[in-house]
Design a protein around this ligand. Structure first.
Ligand SMILES: O=C(O)CCC(=O)C(=O)O
Length: 298
């Protein structure tokens, strides 16, 4: 990624680290979208095959779990390609959690501050990408994807759920390939900024590799995220029998990484806390990027 646009991204990122400015952050979003579109158009017909690797978690029956400092491309690939996901404890450190909380507070004061075709504000995107870089996630994802990583703009989120407003907001079993429109060996990082799964809802995941879409007919187009509500209860039953779901209990900073074929749902728990903050980001290689949505170069 040596284009003039990425050179400009690097230099504006450096400037914004030293002195944060809304204009710089808006320009970074514009450049990332322009470069993302360019990469998508140039590379969309390429190969989507994933890296080949042995399963370093062979014998693990639930969701493999590692510490943040042990996140490598082999761990990521083994988790995704053989177990449907990977739980990473402590991906974000205390300072990163503080910055994400601060970004969420700014967004809330700014009524969301969401940019068009982006699931978050320009400042939140800046912080998210900085933190993904610092934590090592971005390098690992780039290596796993084997080429330029593109972020799916509309689902780049620092999501705040509130007990009173969102207590019924639960998504049933689904695979995001139905929503994105195809299988593509993507990477989603769903990470807790506040704790999830004990005193509020969290994420449940079926920890096995899924080769096929269940319950959704792709000829019906793109599924809505909550398409599972329209499926018979048997659509995921065989899978659950073979491979019991894991209800993830996450402390601040813990992340679950999975891909578009992984079956998952909201881990419905009664709300005892007032709010929940999570980050969600989907990365694709250009050749696997959905035919809709906004690619951002990262
Ligand atoms: O956050 C949740 O409750 C579920 C998230 C989810 O299903 C998704 O991001 O695809």
């Amino acid at each position: 990624m040596n284009s003039a646009q990425m050179e400009a991204v690097r230099s504006l990122t450096k400037a914004n680290r030293q002195r944060c400015s809304p204009e710089t952050e808006a320009e970074l979003v514009r450049l990332r979208m322009a470069e993302g579109r360019r990469l998508f158009e140039a590379l969309r017909d390429g190969d989507i095959a994933p890296v080949e690797c042995e399963d370093i978690f062979a014998g693990c029956t639930g969701l493999p779990e590692i510490a943040g400092e042990d996140l490598t491309v082999i761990a990521l690939a083994s988790g995704l390609l053989y177990h449907g996901g990977l739980l990473v404890r402590g991906l974000y450190d205390t300072d990163q959690l503080r910055r994400l909380q601060a970004a969420a507070d700014i967004d809330q004061a700014d009524d969301g501050g969401t940019v068009q075709n982006l699931g978050c504000s320009a400042h939140t995107l800046f912080e998210l990408l900085e933190i993904y870089q610092e934590s090592g996630l971005l390098d690992v994802v780039r290596t796993y994807l084997g080429s330029s990583a593109l972020l799916f703009g509309e689902r780049a989120k620092l999501r705040r759920h509130e007990r009173l407003r969102d207590k019924y907001a639960a998504i049933p079993w689904h695979q995001d390939a139905a929503f994105f429109g195809r299988k593509s060996y993507a990477v989603n990082c769903w990470a807790a900024v506040s704790s999830c799964g004990e005193e509020n809802p969290g994420l449940s995941i079926i920890p096995c590799r899924n080769g096929e879409l269940r319950g959704w007919d792709p000829s019906d187009g793109h599924a809505p995220l909550d398409y599972g509500r329209s499926l018979s209860s048997t659509a995921f039953d065989d899978l659950i029998r073979e491979c019991p779901p894991v209800d993830c209990i996450l402390q601040p900073g813990d992340a679950v990484i999975f891909d578009e074929m992984t079956a998952h749902q909201t881990f419905a728990r009664p709300w005892k806390r007032d709010e929940q903050l999570v980050t969600i980001s989907w990365f694709f290689r250009a050749a696997g990027f959905p035919e809709w949505g906004t690619p951002l170069a990262v």
